[in-house]
Every structure is written in structure tokens, then in C-alpha cells.
Design a protein around this ligand. Structure first.
Ligand code: LLP
Length: 419
């Protein structure tokens, strides 16, 4: 299902006019379809039904409380990566027994917070982290449940910044080292070995690397299952790729399931998934207003009111976001760059591309912006972050207000006050 379609020549989010929302709430504006999120979740549940996984939405993809709550209400768990995300998860009403906590740099404070909340398990990235969890658990008189993150050294064939399961990446432990780490952790006080974690990267468009990763860890899993009664979970992370470019195809949940389910069934462990992008990426657009159209002898620039501070993916990963006019009757095309107001040459949402020939005052939408869009936004150049709207059928809700200029300086202390 495509949540963003033209009706009577106008772009709609579900049954709500994008132009109307832009008029009411201003631009730049993030708009999400709740229907699309629910559909994506349901499709994954259905495809993976044979192993009945715990689907832990990866909060980093879109951490708005209303988005988190959408998945919590569907019975999902959450994958978090910081104390901040744990705070959000709890605020959104998540059940701590369905929260898994990843990340290479967990602090004592963060570990203690998660232990006190009694989360399902920590996915552990190093021997040092296991020791730290053990020490914290002893201090608090509780148990730290852990799943080491194993780095299976497979190439997910995605952008190098979002590939995480190769030996040169900072994530996890290789198989030999993980084997030893499990043996050592089993003797640490107040530690329970709950399972194993894998996450090989993001925006993966073929199911093959997932299968390869599972095959590589199969023997170790079977061995650990035999050794530890508490070894019950296999968390295979996220990474399912979505469609960004019109000519690409998303990795369908059925194709993903066809590869991983047989291997998972054989292992007989409780399966945990951590999808982020595939749940919310195509549920969101970033809408902006054209300010100027500018030419130089070499190029045409369409200058909009959204910048790299609002959506950094094109600048950071040369990521492709499809750009469409909100008014479908704009059929003419121009070749050039779609740029923002930030003082950086890297500030573009599209570079050297065919773009709709929009004029100042007209609206454009950057598609597939629901994942790693707002969560990676900043106030660079002192630009307040956009508002976020959630649409559900014919209803629209503001789920975060546009930041104000006051908001962006609220933690600052003027020199007169301190000297
Ligand atoms: N689990 C772990 C441990 C992760 O590190 C990630 C993403 C996920 C799950 C969710 O992966 P997904 O299903 O979304 O692929 N900012 C980048 C993506 C970074 C992904 C980081 N980890 C981007 O905009 O493409």
C-alpha cells in the first residue's frame, strides 16, 4: 500500500490533503501515515508467522512518542540504543519485558537505568560491557540478562556507513571471540546468558546476507543452547531494505522470511526482530516550500525551505529520496539540484537530478523520509526543527510541535548571568 497518492491532482497522505496540512502547520513539515506503519508491521507478522517473533521496532528510526506508541499498541517490543530511548519507550507505555538494548557505548548510568526497569536483555558488544553489566547488577542486587552481538563478517552490500556486520566494523565480536566471551560471562556474577544478537547492516535489499549470517552462527547457537538453559533468544536485528528509487524494489517480507524462517526453525530459539526503516521509512514525507529558483551558467538550483538540518541523509550518505511536486499538474521537469538554505555546499536533498519544475511558493515532498529523518535532524544554522504530523485515515494529529526560536536557546546561559 502506498500511503501518499495523488487525488484530483493533489498529493494526499491517506485521506488528508498535504497542501492543507502545509498551510495549517507551515513548512518544512514531516507527515507520517499511521495506516502505513500498521500495514508494514502486519505484513512482517504474517510473513514470519511460523516462528512467531517478538518484533522490536527500532526506535532510532523514528522516536516520536506517537510512533513508538503505534507499535506498542500492536503488541510490539522495542529496540533501543540509549537511556534517552529507554525514557521515550517507557513514556510511550512500552512493556520493559519487550525491550532490548543495543549499542557499543552504554554508560554505567544507562545500564543501571535499564536494569532497574528490568528490560528483556542487553545486546552486548564487548567483554568489558558484560563485566560492567555484571558489576551494575551486583550493586543493584539484580540480574543482567545478556545476548552477545556476534559479528558474522558478511557483506550486506549496502552503504559503507550503514554496514555493520563486516570484520572491519566496530560492532559485535567475531565468532571465535564471542565463543570465549560467552564462556567468561557464564562465570560472571549476576549475569544470565539469554541469547545471541546479530545485526549486519541497514537498507539491505537481498535476503541472502541474512541467510549467510545465520548459517555462520548456527553451530555456536546450537552449542550455547546445549550449555545454558537460559539461552533462549536469537535476535537477528533489523536491516530490511525499502524502496527509495522508483526503479528499485524493496526486500519483501515474504522473501526475507523465505530465507530466514527455515534456518530459524531449525535452531528452535525464540526469534527477535529489530526492524526500523521497513516499518516507518515509506510512512513519511518531508514537505517543503520552494523559495527561489536560481541559475548559474552551469546549473539550476531549486532552493527550498528544508535543509540538511531537517533531512541529512542525502548529505551524509548520498542517499536518494524521490522528489515530487505536491501539485500533480506540475509535469514539466528541470535538471539541477534541490538545495536548502544552509551554508554548506553539501546542503541538498537531490543533486544533479531531474526535478519537477516547481516555482517559488509551490510545495515539494521528499518521499521515504519517515525513517532516520526527524531523528537525525538538528538545529544547525539555528533553524528550529520542523513539526511532525501523523495522519490516520482522514484524521491528522500534531505529534510534535514546530520548535520555536526560544526552544533552541532554552538551555543556554547568557554571559551576563555567569560572570
Ligand atoms: N538494530 C540495530 C542494532 C541497529 O543498529 C539498527 C540500525 C537497527 C536494528 C534498525 O535497522 P533498520 O531496520 O532500520 O535497517 N541513519 C542510517 C541508518 C543507520 C542504521 C543504524 N542501525 C540511515 O539513515 O540510513
Amino acid at each position: 500500500m502506498n500511503a501518499f497518492t495523488y487525488k484530483n491532482n493533489e498529493l494526499f497522505a491517506d485521506d488528508v490533503s498535504v497542501k492543507k496540512l502545509a498551510k495549517e502547520y507551515g513548512t518544512p513539515l514531516y507527515i507520517y501515515s499511521r495506516t502505513h506503519m500498521r500495514d508494514q508491521y502486519a505484513k512482517l507478522v504474517e510473513a514470519m508467522a511460523e516462528v512467531d517473533p517478538l518484533i522490536c521496532f527500532s526506535v532510532k528510526a523514528n522516536s516520536n512518542l506517537a510512533v513508538i506508541k503505534t507499535f506498542v499498541d500492536l503488541g510490539g517490543g522495542l529496540d533501543i540504543v540509549s537511556g534517552g530511548e529507554l525514557f521515550r519507550a517507557l513514556r510511550a507505555g512500552a512493556d520493559p519485558s519487550k525491550i532490548v538494548y543495543a549499542g557499543v557505548g552504554k554508560t554505567v548510568e544507562e545500564i543501571e537505568y535499564a536494569l532497574k526497569e528490568n528490560i528483556l536483555f542487553f545486546t552486548v558488544e564487548s567483554e568489558g560491557e558484560a563485566r560492567r553489566i555484571s558489576e551494575c547488577a551486583v550493586r543493584l542486587g539484580t540480574t543482567g540478562r545478556i545476548a552477545f552481538r556476534v559479528n558474522p563478517d558478511v557483506d550486506p552490500k549496502t552503504h559503507k556507513y550503514i554496514s555493520t556486520g563486516k570484520k572491519e566494523n566496530k560492532f559485535g565480536l567475531d565468532i571465535a571471540r564471542a565463543t570465549q566471551a560467552y564462556a567468561d560471562a557464564a562465570n560472571m556474577p549476576n549475569i544470565e546468558i539469554s541469547g545471541m544478537h546479530l545485526h549486519i547492516g541497514s537498507q539491505i535489499l537481498s535476503s541472502a546476507p541474512f541467510g549467510e549470517a545465520l548459517e555462520r552462527v548456527r553451530d555456536l547457537c546450537m552449542d550455547l543452547k546445549g550449555k545454558h538453559e537460559s539461552f533462549k533468544y536469537l535476535d537477528i536485528g533489523g536491516g530490511i531494505g525499502i524502496k527509495y528509487e522508483p526503479e528499485h524494489e524493496a526486500l519483501a517480507p515474504e522473501a526475507y522470511a523465505a530465507t530466514v524462517v527455515p534456518l530459524l526453525k531449525e535452531l528452535g530459539l525464540k526469534v527477535v526482530l529489530e526492524p526500523g526503516r521497513s516499518m516507518v521509512g515509506n510512512a513519511g514525507v518531508l514537505v517543503s516550500e520552494v523559495q527561489y529558483v536560481k541559475d548559474n551558467p552551469f546549473k539550476k538550483f531549486v532552493v527550498i525551505d528544508a535543509g540538511m538540518n531537517d533531512l541529512v541523509r542525502p548529505a551524509l550518505y548520498q542517499a536518494y529520496h524521490e522528489i515530487i511536486a505536491v501539485d500533480e499538474s506540475v509535469t514539466e521537469k528541470v535538471f539541477g539540484d534541490l538545495v536548502g538554505p544552509i551554508c554548506e555546499s553539501g546542503d541538498f536533498l537531490a543533486a544533479n537530478r531531474e526535478l519537477p519544475a516547481v516555482k517559488p511558493g509551490e510545495l515539494v515532498a521528499a518521499l521515504s523520509s519517515g525513517a532516520y529523518g526527524y531523528t537525525m535532524a538538528s538545529t544547525y544554522n539555528s533553524r528550529p526543527r520542523p513539526a511532525e504530523i501523523m495522519v490516520d485515515g482522514d484524521k491528522a494529529f500534531v505529534i510534535s510541535k514546530r520548535e520555536t526560536l526560544q526552544d533552541i536557546i532554552k538551555n543556554e546561559i547568557s554571559l551576563e548571568e555567569v560572570i
